[in-house]
Design a protein around this ligand. Structure first.
Ligand SMILES: [Zn+2]
Length: 451
């Protein structure tokens, strides 16, 4: 099996939870697994003539970042409804998204994943909850395999159309039977529960205002039958809280708890509108939260109580969220936003760059239910990214390369290794023809936005 040696690394962050770093370090990879880590001077003989050798002098290397919430198809509709909050933003965009096809789901997924990979992300989840025309979850799973990214595909759903009191138009919702059957099919065809899996499936009804209570319950039963994770949007805005109180007689968290949507196999996107009691419930049940700072700022949703959630032992990761509400998929940029926004929220500088990196690495891995990614250590999957410290962004900050990554303007990775394979080299994606993909994407976007 192929071996890879990355040596003379100026600084490598091994574990963002402990803060452990090494300088002039080396990492040896055997097939898709990290086989050895230590000082360059101590590399065991067997790795000195590895099949591939990367010299990473002037680089800072970190574990690949983990993105816990996205809607990749939204790369087709960026910078739309720029003055709207969540509900009017959604009602503007739903008719555009109703034009999605298999081809646009595939191409938009490639573009979103490419953007993530170039920004240091090696594992992403995606929440796809509309399946108009010939679109299918299989289209983005194919994109993940083609581009070589570790991928958790959340088969989303919407079943509560406008005529039944929901927010989305009836044209983009599906029946509960259709949703449950296709979700079970996708799990059986694509889900890999094994260590180092490149593709996993997630059951993911969209939100309280677009899915019936029955479907939420049945989705939980289905997910637990197959032993796959569960994901939904929850406690994102005050509008959602008002909707839940008026429709279900409960706030979103109590509603979720009643439906079986808390626990160590569940993660919510957002968790912005949470009381102190609700934060404690999230922590005590080990429910996961995907924190999406840019999206929450863009839609004026509020600031998630991330510091309190972390303090209560909740599993917390970071998500770029869909590209219609970010409107970019720069994962390292999102790490920076997380740190800065928590400093604003608490009027305190206690939230450190290392804490933000922890959430984007080990935290994200825990949210996705994985113990095989998130750190650079022997036996973990070889998901490793390097940034060039000679970039203009880092000049003046070389005394602390890891802090530089978060405090300075976010840059493109110099190299990225996913599952032992070099997928970005000299800042260029190696696995797809990006220019050709972007050309197709621009044409598809025109068709979706203009109609
Ligand atoms: Zn979302």
């Amino acid at each position: 099996m192929a071996t890879l040696l990355i040596h003379h690394i100026r600084a490598v962050l091994l574990n963002a939870r402990t803060g452990e770093t090494l300088s002039d370090a080396a990492i040896a990879v055997h097939a898709n697994v990290i086989a050895w880590v230590g000082p360059t001077d101590d590399i065991p003989c067997e790795y000195l003539d590895a099949d591939r050798i990367v010299n990473a002098a002037d680089h800072v290397v970190i574990p690949g970042l983990v993105n816990t919430h996205h809607h990749l198809y939204q790369t087709l509709t960026r910078a739309v409804a720029t003055g709207s909050e969540l509900f009017p933003w959604l009602t503007t965009l739903y008719p555009m998204w109703a034009r999605l096809t298999a081809e646009s789901v595939y191409t938009s997924a490639l573009v979103g994943m490419a953007e993530l990979m170039l920004s240091g992300c090696t594992t992403t989840s995606d929440h796809l909850y509309l399946f108009p025309n010939d679109a299918s979850i299989d289209d983005e799973i194919r994109a993940g395999a083609d581009i070589g990214m570790r991928f958790h595909a959340a088969r989303g759903s919407m079943s509560l159309g406008e005529s039944d009191g929901g927010l989305p138009p009836d044209s983009v919702v599906q029946s509960a039977d259709e949703i449950l059957q296709d979700t079970a099919r996708a799990i059986e065809e694509h889900h890999d529960p094994a260590e180092f899996a490149m593709t996993r499936l997630v059951v993911a009804p969209c939100s309280p205002f677009s899915v019936t209570a029955d479907l939420m319950r049945e989705s939980a039963v289905l997910a637990r039958h197959y032993g796959v994770a569960m994901h939904t949007h929850l406690a994102e805005t005050h509008d959602e809280q008002t909707f839940c109180l008026e429709t279900f007689g409960h706030k979103p968290v109590a509603y979720a708890e009643d439906l079986g949507w808390v626990g160590s196999d569940v993660w919510w996107a957002h968790g912005v509108v949470l009381s102190e009691e609700e934060v404690k419930l999230v922590g005590s049940t080990r429910t996961g939260v995907a924190h999406c700072p840019t999206s929450n700022m863009r839609l004026a949703s509020g600031i998630a109580p991330v510091t309190s959630l972390v303090d209560t032992d909740a599993r917390v990761g970071i998500g770029v969220d869909g590209s219609a509400s970010n409107d970019g998929s720069h994962m390292l940029g999102e790490v920076r936003q997380t740190m800065l926004l928590q400093r604003v929220a608490r009027h305190s500088t206690l939230f450190s760059h290392m804490r933000a990196l922890e959430l984007a690495t080990i935290g994200g891995a825990e949210v996705l239910g994985r113990s095989d990614i998130g750190t650079i250590s022997v036996g973990k999957a070889a998901d490793i990214v390097g940034f060039d410290l000679n970039d203009i962004a880092y000049t003046g900050a070389l005394h602390d390369p890891v802090a530089a990554l978060v405090f300075c303007a976010p840059t493109t990775v110099s190299f990225s290794v996913i599952n032992g394979r070099v997928v970005v080299e000299n800042r260029v994606l190696q696995t797809i023809d990006l220019d050709e993909t972007l050309s197709r994407h621009r044409d598809l976007s025109k068709g979706v936005i203009v109609g």
